[in-house]
Structure formats: structure tokens, C-alpha cells
Design a protein around this ligand. Structure first.
Ligand code: EPU
Length: 442
């Protein structure tokens, strides 16, 4: 029997406390930023997840000395000897994560050359990198696409640009920030993403010596500086993980306190949670605070929502919440406007007894860029549905967590295959589940 299977006996409410640490989607970028500095950096509250290990491996290949600090979750980075890494060694990481693409600017600044392996990440659409490459070329990079990966050089250095993104892409905004901070002159980025993780990355870059102004209307202006130092930083908490546990509480009629969760990053989620009938209580204590989420009993209400860039409803909150919506009394409508193929996981939920239909039309919201393109990017969820146990195969990180929640909400014993994928973004999830009273075993 494969070890990568979790046996889940569902049907009982999850109750108890979990803690979230630094946000995966900030920590991994902050680790890349350390390469830009000429002195050591330090980060606290780093979760033990696969994505952090992958980025650590890549940094070490490039000569960054990464060590564990004295505190649990503390990592130290010494980038004084950044050096070129072998293509074969880098390619060991091919297909494992999307973070390597963000090394382009930092490596070009430090070494004048970068090699980027094939990217990985979740299979939730084609996930192109055209914005990244176009911006890098405008900065002055020469990009050579080869079968083994991307080779980049900057024979005439990197110079500030005026650039407008077609769509406020998180990754492309980070790419431009990480390149512009040490490019010569001023960069003006319009239609930038302004997710809290990006603002936290800007805070880190400012600690390193960068000059970055965030204007109104998604405009970010970066004044390039010749040199950056290190930083010491405690990252913002993982609002995706926090919402995942909140949705698990709702779907299993449970009661979960998420220590470390912060209201300011989650107001949009909290509004939806409350509209559905979930209850929450916020403890603002900076040391030991968090948010308690619970199902108050009775029926949940359906909702119509669309995912969007910040401050909209995050696409990564969508999948776990849909499991809870299968238990709401009536028809819910979810319009996914960030990724064109993020409803693949719903067929497994239907096998478990859910009633979810996916449509190509833009339902329940304003038309998005995927309308009339043939992508099934809207879902109608009819509830309440009695979920029953089944065999599940996890397709990607967030969908995987939603499968897990469905198995926990369903009566009977499910076998969830491919659970190791969940370790990419959820620290110690099996121990956390056990702490919440779930019956899970390998
Ligand atoms: N896009 C392009 N061209 C580009 C870049 C993006 O067309 O060059 C499109 C994408 O195809 C997508 C949209 O723009 O349709 C948004 O993509 P974005 O670049 O914002 O996403 P990302 O940076 O690749 C990060 C997170 C995702 C999260 C999105 C949106 C990381 C490592 N990943 O991805 O998180 O869903 O932003 O908030 O930060 C996850 O954690 O499970 C995850 C998938």
C-alpha cells in the first residue's frame, strides 16, 4: 500500500485549535528577496512546508547559506557568496514550484545571468509567464528559451521601465518589484496587484533599503538603488490556511479557533462566512490572538460570489468554501475570475453526493476575461447534500484540502490519495487534524 494515502473516517465535527504561521505566498518570495541583499537576512515564523524547502534548496544551490535560527520557525540567510549553480542541479527542482521564475531579477543583479528551470505549481489553468518575460525584456534582459529551461542575461544592465499589466498578476507584480529595486532609474508599474502579501514584500524591500511608493489606483513607483542590505522580518499570517480551517469548521458543523489569523487580511472572507450563517469571534491580542470560527447549528444559507484580485474574494479561498456550500440550504453561485480551470475538483465532490454544476458562462457577476472562451469557470452548488465516503485523488493544493474537508464531512471512511501534495502549503496538517478530533491514519 502506498504511504501517500490518508484514511479518513468522516462525519464528526472538527473542534479545537490550530495555529497558522507566515503566509506561504509571502515567505517564499521573501526568501528570494534575500538574494538581492549584500548582508544577511532573518525571517521568523516560517512554516515547515514543501514550498519553503524547495526555495531553500534553490538558494543553497546559488551559494546562499541558509541556517535554522535559535527560535522555532526562524531562518537565517547569508547571501554574501551568491554564485552560479549547475543547470543539472537546478533542474532537479524543475516542475516543483513556480517560485524559481522570481529569481530572474535578483540573479541578474547579483550575477549578470540566471537559469530558470521549467516551472511547476498547481494545474489550475495554463498559468503563462508572458507578463514576467515581457517586463524583464523591457528592463533590458535577454531571454533565451531552450528545451532545458530559460537562460537570461543583461549585457547592458537593467534599467527602470514604465509598464502596465494587462491583469493585476501577483507573480508579475513581484517579478517587477524584485527587478526594479536595483535597476537603474525609476520604474512605474500600473495595474499592479496589491494583495497583502505584496504589501508585506514591499515592507521587506523597504527594510533592505528600497524606495517604493504605493499610489492609489494600483500604481507602484520604484526608485532603483545601487545596493540593498539584509532584513529581519516576521511575515503576515497565512490567510489562505486560516480560511481553509474556517471552511472546514463550517463544512463539518465544527468549531475551530485559528491562532495567528488576522482580521485585516480576511475581511472579505469574513463577510461571506457571516452571510452563509457561520459565526466568528476575533481576539486581537498580538501575542496569542486569532479568530474562532464555528457553525451555530441549524441551516446554512446559500451565497453568490465571485473570486477576484485583492480586495476581492481570493481564488484560493474558493475550493474549501465550496465544500461548506454543499451543506447550505439552496442554490449558491460561484464565478471564478482569476483562473479559468479551477473547478475540476468538483467532479469528485459530486461523486460523494454533492450537486455541483459547472458552466462556461459568467454567472452571478460581471463578465470576466474568460467569458465566451469555453472555460467552465462558474459553478452552481445545490444544497444541502448528504456527502458519503469515497476514494479520492488529490489534484492540486487547494482542491486537495477541499477533498480532505469533504472526506471529513462525509459519513464513512474515505481513502484520500496523493495527500503529500497538501504538505506544499499546509504545515503539519495531519497533526492539526488529529488535534481537532479527526480520525485520520496513513
Ligand atoms: N497570468 C498571465 N500571464 C502572466 C502571469 C499571470 O496571463 O505572465 C494570469 C494567470 O494565468 C492567472 C492570473 O494572471 O489567470 C493570475 O495569476 P497570478 O500571476 O496573479 O498568480 P501567481 O502569482 O502565479 C499567486 C499564488 C497563487 C494565487 C494567485 C492569485 C503564489 C506562489 N501563488 O499565483 O496561489 O492563487 O497568486 O492570488 O504566490 C496557491 O497558493 O495554492 C496558489 C495557487
Amino acid at each position: 500500500m502506498s504511504d501517500d494515502v490518508l484514511i479518513v473516517s468522516g462525519g464528526s465535527p472538527l473542534k479545537g485549535e490550530v495555529r497558522v504561521r507566515g503566509a506561504k505566498n509571502l515567505v517564499s518570495k521573501a526568501m528570494v528577496a534575500t538574494v538581492l541583499g549584500e548582508s544577511p537576512s532573518r525571517m521568523y515564523d516560517v512554516p515547515r512546508i514543501r514550498d519553503v524547502e524547495i526555495v531553500r534548496g534553490l538558494l543553497e544551490l546559488h551559494g546562499v547559506k541558509v541556517t535554522n535560527g535559535d527560535l522555532d520557525g526562524e531562518l537565517r540567510f547569508d547571501p554574501s557568496n551568491v554564485e552560479r549553480a549547475g543547470i543539472d542541479e537546478i533542474n532537479v527542482h524543475a516542475g516543483s514550484s513556480r517560485i524559481p521564475i522570481l529569481l530572474c531579477g535578483p540573479l541578474l543583479h547579483r550575477l549578470g545571468h540566471a537559469f530558470i528551470p521549467d516551472l511547476g505549481g498547481c494545474h489550475i489553468g495554463p498559468r503563462p509567464i508572458d507578463y514576467h518575460l515581457e517586463a524583464l525584456r523591457r528592463f533590458g534582459a535577454v531571454v533565451d528559451k531552450t528545451p532545458e529551461g530559460l537562460h537570461l542575461s543583461a549585457p547592458d544592465g537593467l534599467h527602470g521601465i514604465k509598464y502596465e499589466l494587462d491583469y493585476p498578476s501577483v507573480g508579475a507584480t513581484e517579478q517587477i518589484l524584485l527587478t526594479a529595486v536595483r535597476a537603474e532609474g525609476v520604474t512605474e508599474l500600473s495595474n499592479a496587484a496589491v494583495e497583502p502579501e505584496i504589501i508585506d514584500l514591499i515592507c521587506i524591500l523597504q527594510k533592505m533599503g528600497a524606495i517604493i511608493k504605493v499610489h492609489t489606483n494600483r500604481v507602484i513607483e520604484i526608485q532603483g538603488v545601487p545596493r540593498l542590505g539584509g532584513f529581519s522580518h516576521r511575515p503576515i499570517p497565512d490567510r489562505i490556511e486560516a480560511a481553509s480551517w474556517a471552511s472546514a469548521a463550517l463544512a463539518t458543523r465544527g468549531d475551530i479557533t485559528v491562532k495567528g489569523a488576522r482580521q485585516a487580511d480576511m475581511t472579505t472572507y469574513l463577510n461571506v462566512f457571516r452571510s452563509i450563517g457561520g459565526e466568528f469571534e476575533i481576539d486581537d491580542n498580538p501575542v496569542d490572538g486569532g479568530i474562532r470560527f464555528w457553525h451555530p447549528g441549524g441551516d446554512l444559507r446559500p451565497v453568490a460570489l465571485e473570486t477576484d484580485v485583492h480586495p476581492g474574494f481570493m481564488t484560493d479561498w474558493q475550493q474549501p468554501l465550496v465544500v461548506a456550500l454543499t451543506q447550505a440550504n439552496g442554490l449558491s453561485v460561484v464565478h471564478e475570475t482569476v483562473y479559468e480551470k479551477r473547478f475540476g475538483y468538483t467532479s469528485a465532490l459530486n461523486q460523494m453526493g454533492a450537486h455541483i454544476q459547472v458552466f462556461q458562462d459568467c454567472l452571478g457577476g460581471t463578465p470576466c476575461r474568460f467569458g465566451r472562451m469555453g472555460f467552465r469557470h462558474s459553478a452552481v452548488i445545490a444544497g444541502p447534500a448528504k456527502l458519503h465516503a469515497t476514494d479520492l485523488v488529490i489534484p492540486d493544493l487547494r482542491a486537495g484540502f477541499s477533498h480532505l474537508i469533504a472526506a471529513l464531512a462525509a459519513e464513512g471512511t474515505s481513502r484520500v490519495h496523493g495527500v503529500d501534495l497538501i504538505n506544499r502549503g499546509y504545515e503539519d496538517f495531519e497533526a492539526k487534524l488529529a488535534g481537532l478530533g479527526a480520525t485520520v491514519s496513513r
